[in-house]
Design a protein around this ligand. Structure first.
Ligand SMILES: O=C(O)c1ccccc1N[C@@H]1O[C@H](COP(=O)(O)O)[C@@H](O)[C@H]1O
Length: 218
């Protein structure tokens, strides 16, 4: 497992200090320019120094970025994990791995309505076979992520029970209020949130970060 609880889309040092104080083990730095959580690589370098000091992993979130660009940003910032959250292919994965030599977390975007274990299996299987950990997220359309929409956690559990060896993270609309239930129902041991730790949307809240991590790590 790459991490237990990640707070994604942090933009300020104080966000990372709040994650460290509440025992979180990963942050996400968002390199998708249209996102409200986007950080420039030079800003991200300063953030990753804080994370490194607190022994928090830095996950770079990328959407349809070239392998060269991912490698350049990854080196500049000092990333630990590459999260692919766009329409990247298995051929792209090969290039990204060769260029970065970092573990890859593949976001699998699933429908927010009724779901079944077979659908999750068919979408995750090629990436798991290629050696990726997978992050299950709600399909956010053109925004690609950060929608605040939740998944059908019962179906996630049915899929996960069939594949106990797979390293996976639950995302999609997780909040301080629902993360404990989401973990109980789905069986997730690793979770990720972006909008759930914000107040207002786009601004991380120290209180919501602490509440989320307390609920997820208890
Ligand atoms: O957060 C974003 O803006 C974002 C944009 C593009 C790709 C991924 C993004 N974030 C990821 O989306 C999931 C779910 O977000 P939420 O918790 O539902 O708001 C989040 O865990 C990030 O990894």
């Amino acid at each position: 497992m790459l991490f237990h609880a990640k707070i994604c889309g942090v933009r300020f040092k104080s966000d990372i200090e709040a994650v460290g104080q509440a025992g979180g083990d990963a942050i996400g730095l968002n390199f998708f320019p249209p996102s409200i959580r986007y950080v420039r690589p030079d800003e991200a370098s300063a953030l990753s120094e804080v994370a490194r000091r607190l022994e928090i992993k830095c996950v770079g979130v990328f959407v349809n970025e070239s392998a060269e660009s991912i490698a350049q940003i990854s080196q500049q910032v000092g990333l630990d994990v590459i999260q692919l959250h766009g329409d990247e292919t298995l051929d792209d994965l090969k290039l990204i791995r060769e260029a970065t030599r970092l573990p890859v977390l593949r976001a699998i975007k699933l429908p927010t309505g009724p779901l079944d274990a077979e659908t999750i299996e068919s979408k995750t299987q090629p990436w798991i076979s290629a050696g990726c950990d997978v992050l299950l997220d709600a399909d956010a359309g053109a925004a690609h992520g950060g929608s605040g929409k939740t998944l059908d956690w019962d179906s996630v559990r049915q899929w996960a029970e069939r594949s106990p060896e797979v390293n996976w993270t639950l995302a999609g609309g997780l909040t301080p209020e629902n993360v404990a239930v989401a973990m109980q129902v789905s069986g997730a041991k690793s979770v990720d949130t972006a909008s759930g730790a914000e107040q207002p949307k786009g601004t991380k809240s120290r209180e919501r970060i602490a509440e989320f991590l307390n609920a997820a790590l208890k």
